[in-house]
Write a protein that binds this ligand. Structure first.
Ligand SMILES: Cc1cc2nc3c(=O)[nH]c(=O)nc-3n(C[C@H](O)[C@H](O)[C@H](O)COP(=O)(O)OP(=O)(O)OC[C@H]3O[C@@H](n4cnc5c(N)ncnc54)[C@H](O)[C@@H]3O)c2cc1C
Length: 474
């Protein structure tokens, strides 16, 4: 039988997952066309890599050899420039054509360059976004010379970048056009606490005052903020969100809207049954979530005949904002219907839990994320009996140690027992991640892996992705 030629445009997190599910099959010939020079890597850990340069070398989700061993044709540094739907070909920047039977668009999202005079259309290395490995490398080089850096955008990305830069260069200024930081992730109290912590670490914050213009001179940039304030800086990081990368699809006359490439339940374009879209570029309402990209890839692999994953939990989104003095974790459907709020102003902790049909489906924890394991457990296992009151009010001080069949990494479904086995074999965190895939999703479970390694860690509360054993086995 002639193998089905599946071509994926985009070598990111969704493509890597599809490769895991389809690689090595004799009835499929899989080609991945990636515009970046790097093998697919964990984009969610880029800011962490800004602070911890050694992390950059361990972001890869798989090695080139891994792809080769599964007969996956991974082509790096190639950009797809058009799709010839009639001939079923992808045209590359170098004129080469790649024929397909099924085409998967996994082009991700592209960072938004805000409508600021002086920010657009310039090729000034001092002004840039942070979305790829090369952006982190550029920013690290810039920090070595720049005394003053401005971050434009105070959402999760902007807050993390400002915090990562604070202490690494003389002055960091954060400007945000909304009146409070972190947008929908925070209420006024959390936003104020975050701002206070950033200020304590030397970040100057301008809220509710959009930047109108960036004036460029030979050795200095000047931000003109609404109201006329001028801020002189040496470099600017644009952290103003992202939009789906749909240019190729639109040019091929596939339906796209603001949310991405329009797809059916099977991720096919309604305009062409041989073209699919997954991950951040697909209009599924879950952009910006690595787990959603993986879920799409899992579902599409099943459309192509892969066996169902057989998971015992529902993958849920997690988003972590970490900055000095700021620990915020959003889990599951944190913007769903009814919510319960626990706002402990004295301790500066805050829990916003979302409930549907009496069941916990997600929430946001700020300041005290020790209950994260339970919240994640509740949101990822619809049949579990974790109640709002037990999550909020039961003591977490004497939480039982995670059991071997609990999950150390929910994103990748890695059991604690597997991690313990590798620890006994002498593996450190990086090696455990490499062998199991742990920490390649949101990355939060690195803390738990380290805790399991540390002496006496068996008594420790799972930091994020551990599961409350008592609840799990009731
Ligand atoms: C700084 C940062 C922090 C994040 N933190 C979190 C987090 O904490 N939790 C979370 O769940 N998610 C997080 N995300 C989002 C997460 O990384 C994305 O949801 C995920 O990467 C989406 O996977 P994807 O494969 O759809 O897109 P991507 O991983 O972005 O991959 C798309 C790839 O396609 C390539 N491409 C595009 N067009 C072409 C073309 N024409 N030809 C060839 N290649 C092309 C791009 O260069 C890119 O390499 C974060 C993202 C960023 C940038």
């Amino acid at each position: 039988m002639t193998p089905l030629r599946i071509v994926v445009i985009g070598g990111g997190m969704a493509a890597a997952r599809l490769a895991e599910r389809l690689g090595g099959r004799s009835d499929v010939s899989l080609t991945i066309l990636g515009e970046e020079r790097h093998v697919p890597y964990n984009r969610a850990l880029l800011i962490a890599a800004l602070c911890q340069p050694s992390l950059l070398s361990s972001l890869a989700l798989h090695t080139q050899r891994w792809f080769d061993s599964r007969n996956i044709n991974l082509q790096l540094a190639v950009r797809a420039v058009s799709i010839d739907r009639r001939r079923q070909n992808v045209v590359l920047h170098n004129g080469m054509q790649v024929p397909y039977d099924a085409l998967v668009l996994a082009t991700g999202a592209i960072p938004v360059v805000p409508l600021i005079s002086g920010a657009r259309g310039c090729r000034d290395y001092r002004i840039g976004t942070i979305w790829r490995i090369r952006d982190v490398q550029r920013l690290r080089a810039m920090v070595r010379h720049a005394r003053r850096i401005a971050v434009i955008g105070g959402g999760a990305l902007g807050v993390e970048v400002a915090a990562a830069l604070a202490g690494r260069c003389g002055q960091v200024t954060l400007t945000h056009d909304a009146p409070q930081l972190l947008n929908s992730l925070a209420n006024a109290a959390v936003s104020a606490a975050t701002a206070e912590q950033l200020r304590r670490h030397g970040v100057e914050i301008h809220l509710g005052r959009p930047v109108r213009e960036i004036r460029r001179r030979a050795n200095e940039l000047t931000l003109i903020v609404s109201g006329g304030t001028a801020i002189d800086v040496d470099g600017v990081v644009l952290a103003a969100g992202a939009r789906p990368a749909t240019r190729l699809a639109a040019a091929a006359k596939l339906e796209v809207d603001e949310a991405g490439v329009v797809v059916t339940d099977t991720f096919a374009s309604p305009d062409d049954p041989n073209i699919f879209a997954i991950g951040d570029c697909a209009a599924t309402g879950s952009r910006g979530q690595a787990l959603a990209a993986w879920r799409h890839a899992d579902a599409l692999a099943e459309v192509f005949g892969a066996a169902p994953g057989g998971r015992t939990y529902v993958p849920v989104a997690t988003l972590r904002v970490r900055a000095p003095g700021v620990d915020l974790l959003a889990v599951g459907r944190w913007q769903a219907g009814a919510s319960v709020l626990l706002d402990d102003a004295a301790r500066r902790t805050y829990a916003h839990l979302t409930v549907e049909e009496g069941r916990l489906v997600g929430g946001i924890l700020f300041g005290d994320t020790r209950r994260a394991g339970r919240l994640l457990h509740a949101a990822s296992r619809p049949w579990s009996a974790v109640s709002v009151s037990s999550l909020l009010f039961e003591s977490t001080v004497r939480m039982p140690a995670p059991r071997d069949d609990d999950l150390a990494c929910v994103c990748r479904g890695v059991p604690v027992g597997e991690v313990r086995r590798l620890i006994r074999a002498g593996c450190a965190v990086d090696e455990i991640c490499r062998q199991t895939g742990a920490a390649s999703g949101c990355g939060s479970c690195r803390t738990l892996l380290q805790a399991l390694i540390d002496e006496g860690a068996a008594d420790a509360e799972p930091a994020c992705h551990g599961v409350d054993a008592a609840q799990a086995h009731r």
